[in-house]
Design a protein around this ligand. Structure first.
Ligand code: TMP
Length: 213
């Protein structure tokens, strides 16, 4: 049991190599860390994931509704996985987080008018005092938007969701979204153009500093 367990979010554009890095982290840290993902991570949140990512009706609904689906999955994950894991003294590593909502829904989808509702619901979901807290660190895999898009489209392992067909402008807006998010929240960018081994090494160095803090 760790006295100061950390809550770390890993994020990036589709095609950033995040999936590969999450696998390497699982091999490195094993059961000493609780691994999860957003949207998803609990049975109910996985249901919301299917609705948000795969159901064409979600795409036809309003921007606010799409935003709320991701926040709803997040609220469920906090209550039923993140808080219990941190309370039991385990680190939590999450594949995506609210950084994705900021980058994809507010910037990729061009709905910056959702900023107030983002800030407000984020504060509720991460409200301190009931065992919750905001992530200690966001590690964002960064690479040129066109490279990320080409990789995402080429990757045969990727289960294509309704977000994978986006054009280059969309990817560029998502990248801008991550950069803007980093102006407000504790983000470290990792150069995802390095080899997968070097990216993994960089991530471990960031984590070592975070664990020592
Ligand atoms: P994944 O394939 O890396 O798990 O990501 C699933 C997709 O969900 C990805 O295209 C980004 C998208 N997404 C959002 O649009 N908003 C969010 O808040 C989250 C967590 C993911």
């Amino acid at each position: 049991m760790k006295t100061n367990p950390k809550y770390i979010v890993f994020d990036g554009m589709d095609g950033s190599g995040k999936g590969t890095q999450m696998k390497l982290l699982q091999e490195t840290f094993g059961d000493s860390v609780v691994f999860t993902r957003e949207p998803g991570g609990t049975p109910f949140a996985e249901e919301i994931r299917t609705l948000a990512l795969d159901n064409p009706l979600a795409g036809k609904s309003t921007p606010l509704n799409n935003f709320l689906l991701f926040m709803a999955a997040r609220e469920e994950l906090q209550q039923n996985l993140v808080v219990p894991a941190l309370r039991s003294g385990k680190h939590v590593f999450s594949d995506r987080g609210d950084s994705s909502t900021y980058a994809f829904q507010l910037h990729g989808e061009e709905h910056e008018e959702l900023l107030d509702v983002f800030t407000c619901t984020r504060e509720l979901v991460f409200a301190e005092g009931n065992g919750r807290r905001q992530p200690d660190r966001y590690i964002v895999f960064d690479l040129p938007a066109h490279v990320a898009r080409e990789r995402a489209l080429r990757d045969p392992r990727r289960v294509q969701n309704r977000f994978d067909l986006r054009n280059l402008n969309y990817y560029e807006r998502v990248q801008t979204g991550f950069r803007k998010f980093a102006q407000h929240y504790p983000v470290v960018f990792v150069d995802a153009m390095q080899s997968r081994e070097d990216v993994h090494r960089s991530v471990k160095e960031i984590l070592a500093k975070e664990f020592a803090a």
